[in-house]
Design a protein around this ligand. Structure first.
Ligand code: C2O
Ligand code: CU
Ligand code: CU
Length: 483
C-alpha cells in the first residue's frame, strides 16, 4: 500500500471512531424536526388483501413493467413478475426438479436470486450473473432442503434496492411429506403475507430515491403494504390460520403482535420448521427474514377485528421501533368449526455438530468524509471480482457477526447455505424462539455478537451481506468462494 493511501485510511478510520455516532444522531435529530418520513400513516383498513397467484410449473417468470393500484384509486406503473406488483408464489416439494424460464422484459438489466435455496452457484443469481433487457435464462435446480419459506428477488449490485422497491419480489415455499403429515391449516387458511413499507409520490407512483442519510440507516416508507395491498383486511373464519410472513422491506424491522394481546404460535422460520410450536406475544422480524405462524381466531366473536400490529421496540438503532402501527386487519366474519389440534411436535431438529473453523465478520461504519459513512464488513466494501473468503467444500464452520461497535441493526444473510444460530451475546442476549431452526438471515442488533454454524455443500462463488437493501447496495457485502 502506498504510504499516502495508508495515512489517508488511518486518518479516516480514526475519524470514524470519533464521529459516526454523532453524525448519525445529528442526522436523526434533523429528521425528527421535520415530519419523520418513516412514520407510518394510519387510516381505515378498507382494501381486500391481494393474494398472489400460485406459479404454474412450465410458465415463464417475466420481470416486466405492469400496472397496479396501490395507494391511489388510479392505476400506476410498477415492476412485477406477473400482472401487478410482486410475483407469484412458488410451491414445490422437497426433492423436486424445478425448471423456471425467466424472461427479462424490463428496459434494464436484472437477474433472479433464490433467497434461502441451497442451489449451485451458477443458479444463485450472484450480481455477476446479469440478465440484460430482453434476454432470458432458464433456471434449473433440484430442491434438497426442508420445508420452509424462501423468496426470490433481483440481485444486481447497486440496483437491488430500487428493483425490489418497485415491485420485484415473490415467495418460494418448499413443502415436504413430513410437513404435510402435520395437517396444518391449508388452502384458503394458509395465507402468504409479504410486508413492505414504501414511499409514494403525490401522483401515487412509488418513490425510491434514498438520500445520503437513507443510505446510512436504510430507506423507510410511510405506507406499509401487504402483498402490494395498502391498508389491507382479510375476512377470516373462527378457526386456526397459518400465515407465512416475509419481511420484504428495505430496512424496516417489525415487532409483530396481535392487537388483542393474544398469543400466536411460531411454527417455522426462514428455511425450516421448529421442533415444536413456540407460543409468543410478539417477535421481531428483520428485513429478509421469514416467519411461519398460526393464529387461533376460534374464540373471536363474529363482527370483531383483530389487527396484526408492529409494536414499539428499542435498542435497534435510532431510526427503528419508535412507533406502533397496524399492518393488516383480520375481520372475523365467518362462523366455522375447526378440527385442527396444535401438534405437540413439528419437524425434528438436530444440531450441526463440530466445526473446523470460526470466521469473524466485524460490522462497522467507515467515514468517507464528515457527512458520509459507509457500512462495512471487516472494514471492506463490496468488490465484484475480489474473493474475500475461501471455504473448503464440505466444511462445517462457525461464522460470527460482530456488531459490538455498531449503532445500526444489520440483518446478515449468507447465500448457498442454511445455518443454525448458536448464540447471541450482548444486546438481546438470547436466541429468539423463531431462530431455533434453519435460517439464512439473522438480525444482528447494535452491540450484538451472533454465532451461526453451517455446512458448505455447494461449490462456487456466493455472497454474505446485510439485507438492509441500502446497506447492501452501498457495498455491505462480501464474496466467498467454496472450493
Ligand atoms: Cu435476499 Cu443476497 O439476498
Ligand atoms: Cu439470498
Ligand atoms: Cu446493514
Amino acid at each position: 500500500m502506498k504510504r499516502q493511501t495508508f495515512l489517508k485510511n488511518l486518518g479516516l478510520s480514526s475519524l470514524a471512531v470519533l464521529s459516526s455516532e454523532s453524525l448519525l444522531s445529528s442526522c436523526m435529530e434533523n429528521r425528527n424536526m421535520n415530519v419523520m418520513p418513516q412514520t407510518v400513516k394510519d387510516g381505515e383498513f378498507v382494501n381486500a388483501l391481494k393474494i398472489p397467484e400460485i406459479f404454474t410449473p412450465g410458465s415463464t417468470l417475466s420481470a416486466q413493467i405492469t400496472q397496479d393500484i396501490l395507494v391511489k384509486a388510479s392505476s400506476i406503473s410498477v415492476y412485477g413478475y406477473h400482472s401487478g406488483l410482486l410475483g407469484p408464489t412458488f410451491k414445490v416439494k422437497n426433492g423436486q426438479n424445478v425448471i423456471i424460464p425467466f424472461q427479462n422484459s424490463l428496459k434494464e438489466a436484472s437477474n433472479v436470486h433464490w433467497h434461502g435455496l441451497v442451489i449451485p452457484s451458477n443458479m444463485d443469481g450472484h450480481p455477476d450473473h446479469v440478465i440484460e433487457s430482453n434476454k432470458n435464462f432458464i433456471f434449473q435446480f433440484t430442491i434438497d432442503q426442508q420445508a420452509g419459506i424462501n423468496w426470490y428477488h433481483p440481485h444486481l449490485h447497486m440496483h437491488t434496492g430500487i428493483q425490489v422497491n418497485k415491485g420485484l419480489a415473490g415467495m418460494f415455499i418448499v413443502e415436504s411429506d413430513e410437513e404435510n403429515a402435520l395437517k396444518l391449516p391449508s388452502d384458503g387458511y394458509d395465507v402468504p403475507l409479504v410486508i413492505q413499507d414504501k414511499r409514494f409520490n403525490a401522483d401515487g407512483t412509488i418513490n425510491y430515491n434514498p438520500s445520503q442519510m437513507d443510505i446510512m440507516t436504510g430507506y423507510f416508507g410511510d405506507n406499509v403494504l401487504v402483498n402490494g395491498t395498502s391498508k389491507p383486511y382479510l375476512e377470516v373464519s373462527t378457526r386456526f390460520y397459518r400465515f407465512r410472513v416475509l419481511n420484504g422491506s428495505s430496512a424496516r424491522i417489525y415487532n409483530l403482535a396481535l392487537s388483542n394481546g393474544a398469543d400466536f404460535y411460531i411454527i417455522g422460520s426462514d428455511s425450516g420448521m421448529l421442533a415444536q410450536p413456540e407460543k409468543v406475544k410478539n417477535t421481531l422480524l428483520g428485513p429478509g427474514e421469514r416467519l411461519d405462524f398460526l393464529i387461533d381466531f376460534s374464540r373471536i366473536k363474529i363482527g370483531e377485528k383483530v389487527h396484526l400490529n408492529s409494536e414499539k421496540f428499542t435498542n435497534m438503532g435510532g431510526s427503528q421501533g419508535g412507533q406502533s402501527f397496524k399492518i393488516i386487519s383480520f375481520n372475523v366474519t365467518i362462523q366455522a368449526t375447526d378440527s385442527f389440534k396444535m401438534p405437540a411436535s413439528l419437524i425434528p431438529f438436530s444440531s450441526i455438530q463440530g466445526s473446523s473453523k470460526t470466521r469473524t465478520f466485524t460490522l462497522s461504519m467507515r467515514m468517507v468524509n464528515m457527512n458520509r459513512g459507509m457500512n462495512t464488513i471487516n472494514g471492506k466494501v463490496f468488490k465484484a471480482d475480489r474473493i474475500d473468503e475461501t471455504v473448503n467444500f464440505g466444511a462445517t464452520e462457525i461464522w460470527e457477526f460482530d456488531n459490538t461497535a455498531g449503532i445500526e441493526p444489520h440483518p446478515m444473510h449468507v447465500h448457498g447455505v442454511t445455518f443454525q444460530v448458536l448464540s447471541r451475546t450482548g444486546g438481546r442476549n438470547k436466541i429468539e424462539p423463531h431462530e431455533k431452526t434453519w435460517k439464512d438471515t439473522v438480525l444482528v442488533g447494535p452491540n450484538e455478537r451472533i454465532k451461526v454454524v453451517m455446512n458448505f455443500s455447494q461449490k462456487g462463488k456466493f455472497l454474505v451481506h446485510c439485507h438492509n437493501l441500502e446497506h447492501e447496495d452501498d457495498g455491505m457485502m462480501l464474496n466467498f468462494e467454496v472450493v
